[in-house]
Design a protein around this ligand. Structure first.
Ligand code: PMP
Ligand code: GLN
Length: 403
């Protein structure tokens, strides 16, 4: 293998999904819904595939025109600006490829990219594959954190991590795995720091933008003064329409930041899967007519409450998320119930123990930290609650045996 991937191991998701399957455990690890895609989304795919060759053959590397139009209208309203469908939007193979392409398109070997911890695990890998250098800044949380709001970015530390080589920062808002949504004040402070550094851009990963709770407002950093020109906003249909396997994502931003992604796109997939781009375009239109987004939020908020209540009952202290479909739990009360072999980390061992002994799989969040900072997450575990109610209830029953 090439030297640039010599530090890569298997991803934490592969490890724990494989273990869950092997031991027949309920997989609250990897985040994917266990229900089928909503009917109107299924019908959109049928409609797209039946509609003719232009929806089934290669489309432009710049994206399927109809999806670009739909996204431009939809995000135009959300971001309160005109977005040019031709030059300011690129559909990609999931948010994952939008992240990869953003780095390929903007990062030179030796450039530094800031990854806020806990990070989505693709970020440092993307930077390394481009010959860049990930720089890590952990969110700070109080010892007995009970809410995702309490996880905050130390702005002094953030600014101190910027050097003359810094090209970008990954911002994940809403944030996986804490469920934090950055407040307007926090985004304002981040913006002011970024704007002080003329070569720096923000890659804002907003894939959980429509799964938000308790009337918390999701604010897009690209809408703050001066930030449109500095931001690539990335999202995906996977979470919004419960179709993680369709892999339709996109990046939105000013022409000077998006154009390099078009160049990269030609040589990665050439174009993104045509019928599913068409289908997601139709789905967005139908979703606005049928109140889908409000239902999505309330259904996930109910699931969040089910899992957080179950965690409390068995002495796992939940960090209650204000968005997304993950909840961190503090396992300090359970530390004497399982063995940690030398050289293993506590949270990995806890996830294995929970899978083996109780039939429920979680993700060890130290996977989302660099080696030097892994200890910060060792006493947490991450539950995914994107599961149908009966399965979630069954998982909660199994957890009761922990008491
Ligand atoms: N970013 C974050 C924060 C995620 O949690 C995920 C996937 N779960 C992705 C990006 C990848 O999105 P996609 O499946 O559209 O590639
Ligand atoms: N984003 C999902 C999670 O955090 C997993 C995606 C993947 O398997 N790469 O669980």
């Amino acid at each position: 293998p090439a030297q640039r991937i010599s530090s890569f191991g298997g991803s934490v998701f592969t490890e724990f999904t494989t273990l869950a399957k092997k031991l027949n455990a309920i997989n609250l690890g990897q985040g994917f819904p266990d229900w089928n895609v909503p009917k109107f989304v299924q019908e959109s795919a049928h409609e797209a595939i039946k509609s003719g060759p232009s929806s089934n053959q290669y489309t432009s590397h710049m994206g399927f025109p109809m999806l670009k139009e739909t996204l431009s209208k939809f995000y135009g309203k959300l971001m309160n600006r005109a977005i040019d469908p031709q030059t300011e939007i690129i559909p990609t193979n999931g948010a994952t490829q939008a992240l990869f392409s953003s780095i390929q398109a903007h990062v030179n070997p030796g450039d530094e990219v800031i990854c806020i911890e806990p990070f989505y695990d693709a970020y440092p890998a993307d930077v390394i594959m481009a010959g860049g250098i990930p720089v890590y800044v952990p969110l700070k949380a109080p010892k007995n954190s009970t809410s995702s709001h309490e996880w905050t970015l130390d702005m002094k530390e953030f600014e101190a991590s910027i050097s003359s080589k810094t090209k970008a920062v990954f911002l994940n808002n809403p944030h996986n795995p804490t469920g934090k949504m950055f407040s307007r004040e926090e985004l304002q402070q981040i913006s002011e720091i970024v704007l002080r550094h003329p070569n720096m851009i923000v890659i804002s990963d907003e894939v959980y933008e429509f799964i938000t709770f308790d009337d918390c407002e999701h604010i897009r950093i690209a809408t703050l003064p001066g930030m449109w020109d500095r931001t690539l906003t990335i999202s995906s249909s996977g979470k919004t329409f419960s179709c993680t396997g369709w892999k339709i994502g996109w990046a939105i931003g000013p022409t000077h930041l998006i154009n390099p992604l078009y160049l990269v796109q030609q040589w990665i997939p050439f174009c993104t899967t045509t019928p599913f781009q068409h289908a997601i375009s139709l789905s967005f239109e139908k979703a606005q007519e049928n109140n889908y987004f409000a239902e999505l939020k309330s259904s996930y908020q109910r699931k969040r409450d089910i899992i957080c209540d179950a965690m409390k009952k068995v002495g796992i202290e939940p960090v209650v998320p204000s968005s997304g479909f993950f909840a961190l739990g503090h396992i300090k009360n359970l530390l004497n119930t399982f063995e940690v072999p030398d050289g293993e980390s506590t949270d990995y061992e806890f996830s294995r123990y929970l899978t083996r002994e109780f039939g429920v799989t979680t993700i060890p969040p130290s996977a989302f930290y660099c080696d030097d900072h892994r200890h910060l997450a060792e006493h947490y575990t991450r539950f995914a609650f994107c599961k149908s109610d009966p399965l979630l209830h069954e998982a909660c029953l199994r957890l009761e045996n922990l008491r």
